[in-house]
Design a protein around this ligand. Structure first.
Ligand code: HAM
Length: 401
């Protein structure tokens, strides 16, 4: 979360905390042809008879907030939090899952699409994932998409006898989603289906070409996949997905997003361009595990304070050290010296600072390097500079006024 926030805040995005539930109507705008709306919503009536739903994603809430509060565009926001979808749970697919994401409202420029995609890409790089690939596509403007869906509906209907029963059911609801079928029986028909590229208007094609050129300028590797349709209905023009090849192919999308010009309008606001992405935190962590991005057992704590008097020295010292930028922990319940030393070892701290009766009387402390077991007794006033010589320099934490 901190890595994500640092990256997007350095690009001017501000944190927004949308509500965990909204009026059902907000999420119905995601499109009545999407599974997220028709099958997967956790919706209920509250005590006042209102029809409420737990959020299945954040984008609709952000657009609702924009339509309601009308901030000055461009409005660049980031968020993080849980979402709820009544899906069939399996590896990498959960009914409650976390996302981090960004949304920008009020900018039509293709170079913004590039900025947004690049921020997602850079996040995966900064957590150390090497096996993430980027797929991009354009679903065209509203009219292009409608004409493409009509052509697909016709194409698949003419070949209905070759499709699986599941694909036929999907065809009834949303012909685009048939392209997503992973069933072997559907593969040949899908391979011959019309592609969106043939239906793009000149302006949509130019926009997409500018996005691809911008990604090349930044040396971000990508593949254009005209079969990328995404699971939500609001997308127009640029769409993209980040795929982890370290994960099982069934649930390997670690993030995705795109443009949704028109969604704010659907929610009662002015005509507003919009684009964003959400990265699945659970799947990203699974990919990090698969790629061994994080070292386990690495020190989490700089200092563990051991107080064998009445515990108040540890109280004062941990507070002081934390304010000076060190991470510091301690034991409670008046444990014995031996038990507190065990706690210090378990914490992974680099250093133990020990205060017993004699140290307390003389305003000193004993500093023990937990990896070399060397220890020395020093005046308390010298503690911070001594610790910095062992764990490195620290910046004082900002205090609230
Ligand atoms: P989405 O593709 O539905 O897009 O979800 C984004 C990411 O959330 C997926 O790539 C996946 O990593 C994760 N995810 C989705 N469902 C589950 C699940 N059941 N279990 C675990 N992880 C899951 C959106 O949600 C859009 N709101 C993204 C967006 C933002 N588009 C524009 N702005």
């Amino acid at each position: 979360m901190r890595i994500f926030a640092d990256g997007v805040e350095s690009a001017g995005y501000q944190c927004i905390v949308p509500p965990m539930f909204e009026d059902l109507g907000v999420f119905l705008r995601l499109g009545d042809a999407t599974d997220v709306v028709t099958k997967e919503m956790y919706d209920f009536e509250d005590k006042g008879g209102r029809h409420i739903a737990l959020r299945p994603e954040h984008t609709a809430s952000v657009c609702r907030a924009y339509a309601q509060h009308r901030p000055t565009p461009p409005w660049k926001v980031w968020y993080s939090g849980p979402n709820f979808r009544y899906e069939r749970p399996q590896a990498g697919r959960f009914r409650q899952f976390d996302q981090v994401g960004i949304e920008v409202l009020g900018v039509d420029d293709a170079l913004l699409d590039v900025e947004v995609i690049a921020l997602g890409w850079q996040f995966y790089q900064s957590v150390g994932l090497k096996n993430v690939s980027l797929i991009v596509n354009s679903l065209g403007d509203n009219g292009d998409r409608t004409r493409y869906v009509e052509a697909l509906a016709l194409y698949f209907s003419e070949r209905a006898h070759q499709l699986s029963p599941e694909a036929l059911a999907t065809l009834e609801r949303n012909p685009l989603r048939v392209l997503d079928s992973k069933r072997g029986q559907d593969a040949d028909v899908i391979a011959g289906a019309p592609t969106i590229g043939q239906f793009l208007s000149l302006s949509a094609a130019e926009h997409f070409a500018a996005v691809c050129a911008g990604l090349k300028t930044l040396d971000i590797p990508f593949t254009v996949n005209e079969r990328l349709v995404r699971g939500l209905d609001y997308y127009r023009r640029t769409t993209f997905e980040f795929i982890s090849t370290a994960l099982d192919s069934a649930q390997n999308a670690v993030g995705g997003g795109g443009r949704y010009d028109g969604l704010v309008e659907d929610l009662g606001g002015p005509a507003t361009a919009g684009i964003g992405f959400a990265l699945g935190v659970d799947r990203t962590l699974l990919a990090c595990d698969a790629e061994k991005c994080f070292e386990f057992g690495s020190p989490q704590i700089d200092v563990f304070v051991i107080d064998t008097t009445d515990g108040t020295h540890a109280l004062r010292l941990t507070t002081l050290l934390r304010a000076s930028g060190f991470s510091a922990d301690r034991a409670f319940d008046g444990r014995s010296m031996k038990a507190q030393m065990k706690g210090a070892d378990r914490s992974g701290a680099l250093v133990a600072v020990i205060i017993g009766e004699s140290e307390a009387e003389q305003s000193t402390c004993t500093v023990r390097n937990l990896s070399t077991s060397e220890q020395t007794t020093i005046p308390l006033v010298d503690l911070q500079s001594h610790l910095q010589s062992i764990v490195g320099p620290k910046q004082p934490r900002r205090q609230s006024q």
